[in-house]
Design a protein around this ligand. Structure first.
Ligand SMILES: C[S@@+](CC[C@H](N)C(=O)[O-])C[C@H]1O[C@@H](n2cnc3c(N)ncnc32)[C@H](O)[C@@H]1O
Length: 244
């Protein structure tokens, strides 16, 4: 008789503070024999750090380590192919456990469907295995809370921008937004700050590194050293205050 296949859980574990995990994510994490997480080479991975206190010794962890991060690749290597092969391989490793009847929780910093790497595992496996996705508090909202910054009042709209966008494009989009969150800073920080300043938004804009994590840092935007801005940082431009 074939054993029952395991279930795939994509668990949002929130922006950093373990207490910001949902009750449901904690429950499904606790009952999963295998906990998979994505991390950069030589790093622990934020998601693993967040859930650490909830893990039990009998749970197996499955590290899925990115083959590349932002370094320059030799000419014969193509980034897109490397990454796609990596997700194929990661999905296959997860599937081995599912086929053996073990539930696998793939933990994801913030929300799994909001720029989360889990999406690529989901796209490869969700058709074949019973899958459940548990939303998490995303970085934008974690940042707004620690910055004490109400984001959108009344009928204002909020835009989410990637700091990777070219400078002109970033400017073109930001100029029309009532409120915005700009993500993926790191080496893009100087460009993002230039755009925010040129649009006259520097007074309203706020910056935080590793919001809600133990090593969170809030720095006035104009005082940030662009050389030290980490990838896990965000700029918020809250909507104009509405008095009611
Ligand atoms: C690949 S995305 C992951 C987003 C995540 N899934 C979420 O729901 O927020 C990574 C970007 O999210 C932002 N980010 C994630 N966690 C953060 C945190 N705790 N504080 C500040 N920014 C964070 C940063 O802008 C970073 O470059």
């Amino acid at each position: 008789m074939m054993s029952k296949r395991g279930r795939l859980f994509g668990l949002g574990v929130g922006p950093g503070d373990p207490e910001l995990m949902t009750v449901k994510a904690v429950r499904l994490l606790g009952q999963s024999p295998v906990v998979a997480y994505l991390a950069a080479k030589g790093k622990r991975g934020n998601a693993l750090t967040i859930v650490e206190a909830y893990l039990k010794p009998e749970q197996q962890t499955l590290p899925l380590i990115y083959p590349v991060t932002t370094e320059k690749l030799p000419d014969h290597l193509d980034y897109e192919t490397l990454v796609s092969d990596f997700y194929d391989q990661s999905a296959a490793e997860v599937a081995t456990h599912l086929d053996a009847g073990r539930d696998v929780a793939v933990i994801c910093e913030g929300d799994p469907f909001f720029y989360g790497s889990f999406m690529y595992i989901h796209d490869r496996l969700a058709q074949r295995y019973e899958t459940q996705v548990v939303p998490g508090v995303c970085s934008v909202l974690g940042a707004a809370s620690v910055l004490g910054a109400p984001l959108v009042y009344r009928n204002q709209s909020l835009g989410i921008l990637s700091g990777v966008l070219p400078e002109d494009e970033l400017k073109r989009r930001l100029v029309d937004m009532d409120a915005a969150a700009i993500m993926k800073l790191g080496t893009n920080f100087a460009k993002v700050r230039r755009v925010v300043t040129e649009l006259g938004l520097a007074d309203r804009a706020l910056y935080v590194e590793r919001a809600t994590m133990g090593n969170q840092k809030i720095v006035p935007l104009l005082e940030v050293d662009p050389k030290s801005a980490p990838y896990f940082s965000i700029v918020l431009v809250p909507g104009k205050k509405w008095q009611s």
